[in-house]
Design a protein around this ligand. Structure first.
Ligand SMILES: Cc1ncc(C[n+]2csc(CCOP(=O)(O)OP(=O)(O)O)c2C)c(N)n1
Ligand SMILES: [Mg+2]
Length: 375
């Protein structure tokens, strides 16, 4: 048994919080509903898993809902998002229909990946959600690649400039992966509009962050090595997440420079369904449960007026009905036929390869060439 030296959320500093105005009351109510929807989806996912309706691995997002909802709330709807295997919350926050998500979990043809991906591979191109990735840190190069693609379209292919910002989420366990550092380096070298968000829940499986990571209390120092802007944000409060992220998203969009975020949060459940959580104490869990992001936003909305306890209850009821309908729908969806194994393996949307050219943002500056004398 080990205990972590994790900072409490009240010790966390958040940038520019005072200056960033919050969105209107309807948006805040939608965020509360979205967080409730994610929580209920996870509760029913765990039930379904125990009832053997879902197979494979299941990693639920309980406790971290404010991160996906607040970060995605700071984006435009067409900005790309990519994450790891704890991905249901991001997909739902991005607008995925819970029916389609539940069917994916159940391995049914109605799922977002036709039941061929399961829990770890929620993918929804229409909502610019690019997965769901099971290899720790593997989504970081893909996130940099998505940002590269948006920049390439703007500067080389496109007739109009879209200035997309890509959000690339990862766990704290990913930050010691070589691929993550290669991606951060390339993002800095090519000036790619990507925000690397570490959902720092202080554990990678059963290993506390200070047992696996040097200088665990200040992982933003790693971003400094790439001359990248960075921030620590309280991920247990959706308003703080939004206030922290909005200026960073705006900065990234304006400058096309990458950003790194240490998003402090806590997962209320185990790493996966087979985790008995023996590596942390009940006291520690109880302390973090007091920070429940859903309760915090509900209290804010009730305190700020406009929303009553009855409204919140009614919202919770609607959400329960929606998720129950999603479970029923997913159960009705057939299993994929065997031929599906060979479908969707390769995509040739852009036609055959016809050569390439180097976009200007990849060309080395002439001053660099003069310095190294190898023009
Ligand atoms: C390259 C690689 N190594 C090991 C694993 C096994 N593994 C799966 S999840 C995990 C822990 C990751 O923890 P973290 O990144 O903090 O994410 P969290 O589960 O806390 O969201 C590990 C080691 C893996 N999937 N990929
Ligand atoms: Mg973690």
């Amino acid at each position: 048994m080990t205990t972590t030296t994790m900072p409490k959320t009240d010790q966390v500093t958040t940038p520019s919080t005072a200056q960033t105005p919050l969105p209107d009351a309807d948006t805040l109510r939608k965020w509360l509903r979205d967080m409730m929807l994610i929580r209920e989806f996870e509760v029913r996912s765990m039930q379904a898993y125990q009832n053997k309706l879902a197979g494979g691995f299941l990693h639920v997002y309980n406790g971290q809902e404010a991160v996906a909802v607040g970060c995605i709330g700071a984006l435009r709807p067409d900005d790309p998002v990519i994450t790891a295997y704890r991905d249901h919350g991001h997909a739902l926050a991005r607008g995925m229909d819970p029916k389609v998500g539940m069917a994916e979990l159940f391995g049914r043809i109605g799922g977002c990946a036709k039941g061929k991906g399961g829990s770890m591979h929620f993918f929804d191109a229409e909502h610019h959600m690019y997965g769901g990735h099971g290899i720790v840190g593997a989504q970081a190069p893909l996130g940099a690649g998505l940002a590269f693609a948006t920049k390439y379209r703007d500067e080389v292919m496109g007739s109009s400039k879209n200035n997309h910002v890509t959000l690339c989420f990862m766990g704290d366990g990913a930050i010691n992966q070589g691929a993550v550092h290669e991606a951060m380096n390339l993002a800095a070298v090519l000036s790619l509009p990507v925000i690397f968000i570490v959902e720092n829940n202080f554990y990678a499986m059963g290993t506390a962050i200070d047992r696996s990571t040097a200088a665990a209390g200040h992982i933003c120092d790693r971003a400094a090595g790439y001359e990248m802007e960075s921030a620590v944000v309280d991920g247990m409060d959706v308003l703080e997440v939004y206030r922290g992220m909005k200026p960073l998203v705006d900065y990234c969009r304006e400058t096309s420079k990458p950003v790194f975020v240490d998003m402090r949060c806590y997962r209320f459940k185990g790493h996966s369904m087979s985790d008995p959580r023996k590596y942390r104490t009940h006291d520690e869990e109880a302390k973090w449960e007091l920070e429940d992001p859903i309760e915090r936003l509900a209290a804010h909305l009730q305190g700020a007026g406009g929303v009553t306890a009855e409204d919140t209850k009614a919202m919770a009821k609607t959400v329960r009905q929606e998720i129950r309908a999603a479970v029923d729908w997913a159960k009705q969806s057939p299993e994929p036929p065997i031929e599906e194994l060979y479908h969707d393996v390769y995509v040739d949307r852009w036609g055959p390869y016809t050569g390439t050219s180097v976009p200007s943002f990849m060309q080395r500056r002439s001053s660099d060439r003069e310095q190294t004398n190898d023009a």
